[in-house]
Design a protein around this ligand. Structure first.
Ligand code: UTP
Length: 296
């Protein structure tokens, strides 16, 4: 019998240097894909998977994320007065319930592992989901809902993975592949940013995790690794000595919205999939492509 996953952690304390100057005053997680902030899309995915409590690890300049997940009383009253029922319904249905959000500060961006460690008291002694919001995963059912199926069947720790060309593995955390395990597979090893000849596979860690709380004690002692940052992968590798890890090749498309091209691609993909704007947007895209000399 596995414990239910009720809490999700969203690390949003990174500096977003790849997106300057946009991220000088606006957190990259508040940049929008069509009309939804990147962080809202990650929360949507978590809610679909049954998450009940949303923990944000924030940093300087990120207060607007807290405001985004708060009730905007005056705005709602104005929408009511103007009979803007659809807009009001969107605002109200997006909002987590009272007491369902927590915020903590990372203080210094010392790496993803350190950001996760900052959530230890809010998570407590229970398994939790971890979503890196700038990795937007487009698909239905959502990636975390697919991972939950593996977790419910197997327990342990579950990591979403996807294939990349072998010459790209050096940019990511890479897993070693063991025996099949239902919808997933057993993970045999993990390495952060390997040389392509040392990589155990071309399956990379894609920004979605289900982790057991024992990870916190390991993060507590973790020293800086690749890039001088406290790496989550290094602590997960240690946890693998004691607990099972499963990988899931999920269905869906990942867009790295912390990267300019990934962010633009996510806007195009979501724009084309939205029935309210797709016909008009398709026309505009065709015109832009034609004006720029076609697709070759
Ligand atoms: P990134 O690797 O994208 O780093 O972080 P970054 O600093 O946000 O962006 P760039 O590379 O400077 O453009 C992956 C995720 O981990 C979080 C980020 O907010 C993002 O969700 N993170 C990273 C933290 O919360 N704290 C950190 O110290 C580092």
């Amino acid at each position: 019998m596995t414990s239910k996953i009720k809490k999700a952690v969203f690390p949003v304390a990174g500096l977003g240097t790849r997106f300057l100057p946009a991220t000088k005053a606006v957190p990259k997680e508040m940049l929008t894909i069509v009309d939804r902030p990147v962080i809202q899309l990650a929360v949507d995915e978590a809610r679909e998977a049954g998450i009940e409590h949303f923990i944000f690890v924030t940093g300087r300049n990120k207060a607007v994320i807290e405001d985004h997940f708060d009730k905007q009383f005056e705005l709602e009253e104005t929408l009511k007065r103007r009979n803007k029922d659809i807009e009001l319904e969107i605002l109200q249905s997006d909002l987590p319930g009272a007491g369902q959000t927590s915020f903590t500060r990372q203080q210094e961006p010392l790496g993803l592992g350190h950001a996760v460690w900052c959530a230890r008291d809010l998570v407590g002694n229970e398994p939790f989901a971890l979503l890196l919001p700038d990795m937007f995963i487009h698909g239905s059912p959502g990636c975390l809902a697919q991972m939950k199926n593996v977790y419910d069947a197997r327990g342990g720790n579950v990591i979403a993975v996807e294939e990349v060309p072998q010459d790209q593995v050096h940019k990511y955390g890479v897993v070693g592949v063991g025996a099949d395990a239902g919808e997933g597979f057993e993970i045999t090893s993990m390495v952060e940013k390997p040389k392509h000849e040392d990589a155990p596979s071309n399956l990379i860690i894609s920004g979605r995790y289900i982790l057991q709380p024992e990870i916190f004690a390991l993060l507590d002692k973790q020293t800086a690794g690749a890039g001088g940052e406290i790496q989550l992968t290094d602590s997960m590798l240690k946890l693998m000595d004691e607990q099972d890890f499963y990988g899931l090749k999920f269905t869906g498309t990942t867009y790295d919205c912390g990267d300019k091209v990934g962010f633009l691609a996510a806007n195009v993909a979501l724009g084309l999939s939205r029935t309210d704007i797709s016909p008009q947007f398709t026309q505009v895209l065709k015109q832009i492509i034609a004006r720029n000399g076609g697709l070759d």
